[in-house]
Design a protein around this ligand. Sequence first.
Ligand SMILES: [Zn+2]
Length: 219
Amino acid sequence: MLQDAVLSEFNVNIEALMAFDGGKWVWRGDPSGDFSIKSIRAIFCEAGQSLPPPWAFAWCKLIPLKVNLFMWRAVQNRVATYDQLVKRGVQTTSVLCPLCGSMDESICHLLSGCSFSSAVWSLVASWVKIFNMFFFSVVDIVKAVDFLPLENTTRMALCAILFTTCWVIWLERNEAIFNKRQHSVNRVFNDIKSVSFHWVGNRLKSRKLSWEDWSAFKM
Ligand SMILES: [Zn+2]
């Protein structure tokens, strides 16, 4: 959400650049109203700051702004996982990952090393037919599509799936902490498929996406 927007940390007030108009958020940083890495770069430039390098790889047009911002924070280790809260002097009842309960929580663990998340990634990998999907860091996730010989639409769709997977794992983590509930790996995977279908289907301009094609990852 906008309240979570991160540009303020770099002395750029993102909230002043957004407007809720006609039922959707409009980006005032660009005349088209569409959020883009180009407009962000220009804003950073005007503010006399350079763009954090990882962000240059972390933009996906097929998913909402809030998810891109989450990934941006994740790459820079700026998500409020237990390790970061402890670093800031916040008292927590636990430091263990709420999804596996066996390791200290960090964003790197949560999104890549966690046994629960790894099981989710395994289902995602089978779905998109990429069987060597192993990540050791958030940057690995963000850069994954760069190294695959994929056609552009497939590359964007895969990027959307990777980012959606991170986002849904994050929501699952919050559900476990705040509502003391944890869903099955299969349920989380099904959420990733349906949420990403909704997001990509609404944003993909080159073709109409069917659920059957999405379920088989036929782009
Ligand atoms: Zn874990």
